[in-house]
Write a protein of this length. Structure first.
Length: 466
């Protein structure tokens, strides 16, 4: 039977929980307006007896679906028939131990791992989710797709559209709120880009209205199929650790799609008996975009069996509006005030006994420099996870001996301007590019050295390196 007979969309509101067919194009429950999950009748599906069974698929990597780091796990996201699955070779990412970054964080040298999602075709983790969203768009015959973006979502959606030629793309971005490295991708891949006079939250509201009005397929993480694809990051982390569960998974928090997807993946794996314990999840906000931290750690908002206190959220958002407070951080990928997956993230925190922390732009950029010096380059938002581990070690929450996985969400070249400004020996440039965000100093700057065009002078400088 087709996979669609065993898959459906379910409202996450326990007072509703209504099911909708998998072939419907929905971003909210039509009955109550709450978020949707993709759910499965696992009892009628053939699931792996152990996660190690999946490893055999890699031996058939000449087949596109087995090569994909998303679709070789399709038994764990079985909503699409094989002949309708869309792939562009996503998910060829790696998990690497990083002794240098471990030392920076105060961890034992062999206990900290970096999951580098920057190796995806568009350079970020978004390709995992977009493979699933593009597949569903193909299943329902969508001819146009749209997203609001701080950069990575638009790049991912546009590369899937240009590579597959299945649909055309419209991208909504906030004015001045997108790094050039990301914007260049959306433009190069042919996405029609609308730059709004507003921020991401404004763009998110407008794209939802446009998609409803024009029946355009929405590819933001409100789309539950996006999160199905993002689940596979967890599968690849476990695969790289020989299916041993780490103690902690630390992830940047913006729109909270990854943290929501990770919680769902872990809950399903535990339900299916494929893991025997669950890691704790730490979600790291930037200080300039710290909605989840304020709601969860300061105001006590909790999942509460699917009934979080809506009054706490409304009061907080009303205060944001009254004060005119906008998200502001150099970690542009997580520069979001109103995360659309807030409720699902609360569910993840509850299931994983998780926590939320916030780190400053200074801490993020210092951690980013350490990640680069240790062998990987990443965009600023990625480094929030590393800065978060360092903070949690200082607070005594994470032990030096814990096995910790940091998710690096995007490639270094997503935002090269920030990297160059941090390392530059030009104080005026540093202040112009970074100072407006309150960054104080480049503590780990690798300054370029100005030298005269003379061999002797050049050799004098080089001898100083020894």
């Amino acid at each position: 039977m087709p996979s669609t007979e065993y898959a459906f969309q379910r409202c996450i509101n326990p007072d509703c929980s209504k099911k909708q067919p998998v072939h419907e194009t929905l971003t909210a429950c039509p009955s109550c307006g709450d978020l949707l999950d993709i759910d499965y009748d696992w009892n009628r599906l053939q699931v792996p007896r152990s996660l190690r069974e999946i490893e055999a698929r890699w031996s058939r990597r000449n087949e596109p679906l087995e090569f994909s780091g998303v679709w070789r796990f399709r038994q764990l996201l079985p909503f699409a028939p094989d002949n309708q699955i869309v792939t562009i070779g996503e998910g060829q990412t790696i998990l690497r131990n990083s002794p240098a970054v471990a030392s920076y964080c105060g961890m034992s040298r062999e206990r900290l791992f970096l999951q580098y999602e920057g190796l995806n075709p568009s350079g970020s983790f978004k390709d995992n989710g977009m493979a699933a969203a593009a597949t569903h768009a193909h299943m329902v015959g969508a001819k146009h797709a749209a997203c609001a973006s701080t950069g990575n979502t638009s790049a991912s959606l546009a590369i899937f559209a240009s590579t597959t030629q299945l649909f055309k793309v419209i991208v909504f971005v906030g004015s001045g709120k997108i790094a050039y490295g990301k914007l260049s991708q959306a433009l190069d891949y042919g996405g029609k880009t609308l730059q709004l006079l507003g921020d991401f939250d404004d763009a998110m509201k407008q794209v939802q209205d446009v998609c409803r009005h024009e029946k355009i397929y929405l590819c933001n993480s409100l789309n539950p199929f996006r999160l199905e694809g993002q689940k596979t990051i967890i599968f690849r982390v476990l695969e790289s650790l020989h299916w041993e569960v780490p103690d902690w998974i630390v992830v940047p928090g913006g729109n909270l799609g990854n943290s929501s997807a990770f919680g769902k993946a872990l809950a399903e794996l535990k339900h299916l008996g494929l893991i025997d314990r669950v890691p704790r999840l730490a979600i790291i906000n930037a200080s300039g975009a710290d909605t989840l931290f304020r709601l969860y750690e300061e105001r006590g908002l909790r999942w509460s069996n699917g009934r979080p206190d809506a009054c706490i959220v409304k009061e907080f958002y009303d205060q944001l509006d009254q004060s005119g407070r906008r998200a502001s951080t150099l970690a542009s990928a997580i520069e979001i005030n109103r995360p659309v997956n807030l409720k699902k993230a609360l569910r993840t925190l509850d299931f994983t006994q998780g926590l939320v922390r916030r780190v400053s732009d200074q801490e993020i950029l210092d951690a980013k420099a350490q990640v680069g010096a240790g062998g990987f380059g990443c965009e600023p938002a990625s480094a929030a996870s590393v800065a978060g581990v360092r903070l949690l070690r200082d607070q005594g929450v994470i032990a030096a001996s814990d096995r910790v996985v940091c998710i690096l969400t995007g490639h270094q070249l997503k935002d090269p301007t920030t990297t160059v400004a941090y390392h530059a020996d030009d104080a005026e440039q540093f202040e112009r590019v970074l100072g407006r965000h309150g960054v104080l100093a480049a503590a780990y700057a690798n300054n370029p050295i100005l030298v005269e065009n003379d061999l002797g002078k050049i050799m004098d400088v080089i001898r100083q390196f020894n």
